[in-house]
Ligand binder design. Sequence first.
Ligand SMILES: [Fe+2]
Ligand SMILES: [Fe+2]
Length: 465
Amino acid sequence: MNLYDRIPNNVNLSEDKKLQRALEKWLPNYLDWWREMGPEGFQEKDVWLRTAIDVGSEGWAHFDYVKMPDYRWGIFLEPAQPDAVVGFGDNYGRPAYQEVPGEFRNALRRIIVTQGDTEPASVEQQRQLGKTCPSLYDLRNLFQVNVEEGRHLWAMVYLLHGYFGRDGRDEADDLLARRSGNADKPRILEAFNQPCDDWLNFFAFTMFTDRDGKYQLSALAESGFEPLARTCRFMLTEEAHHMFVGDTGLGRVVRRTAQLMKEGDVRELGGIPLDIIQKYINFWFSYSLDLFGGEISSNSADFFAAGLKGRYKEQDQYTEHTAANEIFNMSVVEDGQLKTREVPLRNALNEVLRTEYVKDCEKGLARWNKVLADEGRRERLFLPHPRFHRHVGEYAGHSFDIEGNLISKEEFERRKTEWLPTIEDREYVRSLMHPVYEIGKIANWIAPPAAGIKGKPFDFEYVRL
Ligand SMILES: [Fe+2]
Ligand SMILES: [Fe+2]
C-alpha cells in the first residue's frame, strides 16, 4: 500500500512510471474540475468523511474530518484472483483478459467511458444542493456521495490511462470537458443531464439512478477483463452508501409527510404531499430505466459473447453461462398494438438486467409503504410500469399510461401532469428548500434519520461550518 504517494493506490503505481506520470498530469486538471464543478461553497470546510485508504475492511471505512479537495482520490482494486477465467460468453472458461484483447478494444473503451462519464456528471448535477441541506447529517451524506463519485471517475480514468494508450488519455481528458446539461457538450446519458437541484430530486436520484449504477457495476464486476472486474467490485462497496442515502432519504420524507397528514393539510404545514413524491418517483424511475439501453440490443449480445459484461450475479445465479440458443419473450409494439416477440436471449440481456433492477426498486417501495402503514396511513406509493415515459428502446416513440397501457400521444400530453412533476410542483418543492445548518436541527419537510453515521448521533457536527 502506497499511503504517501500523491495518488493513493494499491496497484503498485510507483513501479509503472509511465502510467504514474500520465495520472500525475491528469491530477491537476481533475482538481481544477473539482473546484469548478464540485460542491459550491464548501470546499474549505471540514467534513466528516469516510475515506478509502485501502480495500480491506478497516482501510476502506476510515472516517475523519477532511476538506473535500484533500480527499484521498485514489485507485483501489479488489485483489486479483489467481487463475481467474472468463465467466461467460463464447470464451467461457479461458484465462481472464489481463490486457485489452484487440478485437474488443473499442467495445471495452466505450463501456468504460460511458460508465466513467456518469461519475463526474452526478457531481455536477448536485453541486448546488449544499446551500439548501435539511441538516448537517444530510449535508455530510451529500458530500460523501460526491467525493466517492469523484473517486469512481479516478477508477475509470486509471483503466483508460493504463490500458488504452493515447486514445485512453484523450477519453480521460474528455471526461473532464463534458458538462451535465450543457447543450454543446452534454454528458453521454440523458438521466445525467437532468437537473438535480432540490433534495427530493437528490434522494430520488440516489435511490433510482445510483441503483442503476449498482447493476451496471455488478454486470461489469463479472467481466472477463480482470482489471475492470476488480475495479468495479470495489466501487460497489462504496455505491451501497449512495443508495442508502436515497432509500432512507425518501423514506424520511414519506414519514414526515404521513405525520403532517394526521395534523392537517400537508402543503399548509410545509410538507411535501404524497402525490408530488409519487411524481418524482415516476420521473427518476423511468429515466433510470433508460440507462439500461434498448430492450433488444445487439450491443448487449456482443458484450456478453465477448465476455466483457455479464448478467447480474452471473456466477452465483446461473449454471449455464453461454446464454446461447435460449429465447426471451419480449413485449413489443407492432401495428399499434402490444405483442409478444421471441428474441434470442443474448439480445435481451439489457432487459434481463433491467428486470433485476426493477425487483430491487420494488423492495424500496415496500419499505416506504411500511412507513406509511406504521404511521397509520392507507395510501401507498408504487412504481410506474416500466413502459411508462421511456426515451430509449422499444417503447420510446410510443405513449403509455402509468400502468403500461398503450395510449395516444394526445392522451399522454393531456394527462402527463397527473404523472410527472409540473413546473408548479418543482417550484413548490424548491420553495421548501431552506438550509438548516444548526447541529442537531432538521428541516420541517423531512423526518430525522433513525441513526447517525458510524455510531455518531444525529446531533454530531458532521460538517464544521
Ligand atoms: Fe459512482
Ligand atoms: Fe453512486
